[in-house]
Design a binder for this molecule. Structure first.
Ligand code: MG
Ligand code: MG
Length: 264
């Protein structure tokens, strides 16, 4: 069942989103060669708990940490480790979620570790653009297919692979609610959107082929061809008119020309 949130509930999700934005910015700024992914996890948990929130990933289906740290060819669900020291030239996806006052926020981004190649920088930038292209179409009266098609068209126009096996999702009291939000699709197809729906849109884009493989730990998900992958996610609410409010990017203002149909 898809739940539609009322303005009071959206306000609480906005507060959760603002806190998660702060946490992720702090983590992103701490990333540098020589630190461990476990140190990022500790930083996230401390910050979340000190603000009266709860890390939603910790214990979710048995996941052992408060953030997912996914390096290079790891797409998602990388487990932070004391043994994993970040190296110059890597790219790191940080995915984090929290619960504040009973309401969830979920967001992810990919950051460079020190100096990275031009190719990797472009992958990160295009993945972010894919999010904005999809999210721009997440409006009352549009469909989930409109979102997926926009993400897919932009990613594939750069020769990248759109991960098909992992999706965005509805979000609210639960981290994962209906519907699934695919990063591919056909305009005009799928679930129709209405104001008050809250979604996590999260393109996962591979430099090469999109097929996946899982490590023996049962979590770490990689591209089968070991091409590098970037991830960019925000929690947002569909509004009565125009593009959505991005709850995990407080104060974000849409620029029509930048994400309009003519750019696709
Ligand atoms: Mg996430
Ligand atoms: Mg998510």
């Amino acid at each position: 069942m898809i739940t539609v949130k009322n303005p009071g509930q959206v306000a609480r999700m906005r507060a959760a989103g603002a806190l998660l934005h702060e946490v992720l910015q702090t983590l992103a700024q701490a990333v540098k060669p020589g630190i461990t992914t476990a140190s990022l996890d500790r930083m996230a948990e401390e910050m979340i708990r000190s603000c009266g929130a709860v890390p939603s990933f910790l214990g979710y289906d048995g996941f052992p940490a408060s953030v997912c740290t996914s390096v290079d060819d790891c797409v998602v669900h990388g487990i932070p480790s004391e043994k994993e020291v970040l190296r110059e030239g890597s790219i790191l996806s940080i995915d984090c979620g929290l619960i504040l006052d009973g309401w969830q926020a979920d967001s992810a981004l990919t950051v460079p570790v020190g100096e990275i190649s031009e190719k990797d920088r472009k992958l990160i930038e295009v993945t972010e653009q894919c999010f904005f292209a999809g999210a721009f179409r997440a409006r009352s009266g549009a469909t989930l297919g409109d979102i997926g098609a926009a993400v897919q068209q932009l990613a594939e126009s750069h020769g990248y692979g759109v991960i098909h096996d992992l999706t965005g999702h509805g979000i609210g009291r639960e981290m994962h609610e209906e519907p699934s939000v695919y990063n591919f699709g056909l305009p005009g197809h799928g679930q129709r959107l209405c104001a008050g729906m809250t979604l996590a849109i999260e393109p996962m884009i591979a430099m090469g082929d999109w097929h996946l493989t899982e490590d023996d730990d049962g979590w770490t998900t990689r591209t089968r061809d070991h091409s590098r992958c970037a991830h960019y996610e925000h929690t947002l609410v569909i509004t009565e008119e125009g593009p959505p409010e991005i709850l995990t990017l407080p104060g974000y203002q849409w620029k029509e020309q930048q994400h309009g149909t003519d750019s696709l």
